[in-house]
Design a protein around this ligand. Structure first.
Ligand code: ATP
Ligand code: MG
Length: 324
């Protein structure tokens, strides 16, 4: 039997090349090898997106993005988180066995707090909703970027705690993080994030992609000066789109000097467009066929729901809620 893979992306904005290389590409590469479940984390997105029109459009967009990137609905169960209301139920059970200080240690929470944002309870509780997503599906592996590593640890700790209190219920999931793409840098050198506004949108227009590429932050070296590829954001992004031999060539161009940042950005732009061109074509097919996308999500929800039926029964029974 194949092991089970599960992962998701929040419809909190427009997906970017960090989401693609850090997450979606892994889902695509692994879809044959694993029994795969990939979802749209719309309940999670509600912690930041609170506008009906924007949220629903973002959800639809991510569904199309997934398919355009190469996820095959025949092989992967694609669904939206909110169609599995049981996940929110299980997150509640987890709330009741988790202490506040344990959640206060979450890096994402600490970051948000530091920015003196007012944190909503949903954001604080993010790791437990994610633990519920993973644990109800008996996921073996969860491919994610480095930023999600701690959240997988939360899921493991929560599974263990629940099992200790209520008896064996959940299996231990493992994170799968690809070293080379663990943290794709954004235009400003921080992690590329939808919420930081430092992204190169994967399915942006030519103009949007060009504008983003041209605003990658660099130092002020002149064209003639040699450049250190390993500290240059342009190179660190560019290498994702290239084969090993192409990366080697490009590295030499940086180290030899003679090319300015404008020229290096132009080369990056060209290679992005070349890379995404077939995915764009595929996405267009679905843009004109919303019904087809909705049907895929509907079928996915049915399958994902059927999959967790016994687990939900077991959870309720182990807690003491099932009186039969
Ligand atoms: P937000 O800013 O709303 O948190 P995000 O851009 O961080 O959005 P998520 O939906 O939180 O995207 O994450 C989806 C997946 O993409 C996760 O597996 C996450 O680890 C991965 N990911 C996000 N940004 C990057 C990045 N810069 N490099 C590698 N992986 C990333
Ligand atoms: Mg994130």
């Amino acid at each position: 039997m194949k092991k089970r893979l599960l992962s998701g992306i929040q419809p909190s904005g427009t997906i970017h090349i960090g989401n693609y290389f850090g997450a979606i590409k892994q889902f695509v590469d692994l879809q044959e090898k694993y029994d795969s479940y990939v979802f749209i984390a719309d309940l999670h997105a509600l912690t930041t997106v609170q506008n009906k029109k924007i949220l629903s459009q973002n959800i639809l967009n991510i569904a199309m993005d997934y398919i355009a990137c190469g996820l095959d609905p025949e092989k992967v169960c694609l669904f939206k988180q909110s169609d599995l209301t049981e996940v929110a139920e299980v997150a509640w059970y987890f709330n009741c066995i988790t202490t506040m200080p344990f959640l206060e240690r979450a890096t994402a929470y600490k970051d948000a707090n530091q920015k003196a944002k007012e944190i909503n309870v949903g954001l604080f509780d993010y790791p437990l909703l994610m633990a519920a997503d993973i644990l109800v599906q008996d996921a073996d592996i969860v491919p994610v970027g480095q930023d999600q590593k701690q959240h997988i640890e939360y899921a493991r700790d929560t599974a263990q705690k629940f099992n200790n209190i209520f008896g064996e219920t959940f299996k231990m999931p493992e994170a799968l993080i690809m070293k080379e793409v663990a943290i794709v840098p954004g235009l400003d050198g921080r992690k590329m994030s939808k919420s930081y506004g430092n992204t190169i949108p994967l399915f942006g227009t030519d103009e949007e992609i060009k504008k983003a590429v041209m605003s990658v932050v660099t130092d002020s070296k002149t064209p003639d000066e040699p450049k250190d590829p390993d500290t240059c954001n342009i190179f660190l992004i560019h290498k994702l789109f290239l084969s090993d031999s192409e990366v080697k060539n490009l590295r030499e161009k940086y180290e030899n000097g003679g090319l300015g940042y404008k020229a290096l950005k132009d080369m990056l732009y060209e290679d992005i467009i070349k890379y995404i061109s077939p995915m764009r074509t595929k996405r267009q097919e679905f843009e004109n066929n919303k019904e087809k996308v909705l049907k895929i999500l509907e079928d996915g929800a049915l399958k994902a729901k059927a999959n967790i039926k016994d687990k939900i029964k077991l959870i309720r029974s182990n807690i003491g809620l099932d009186l039969k």
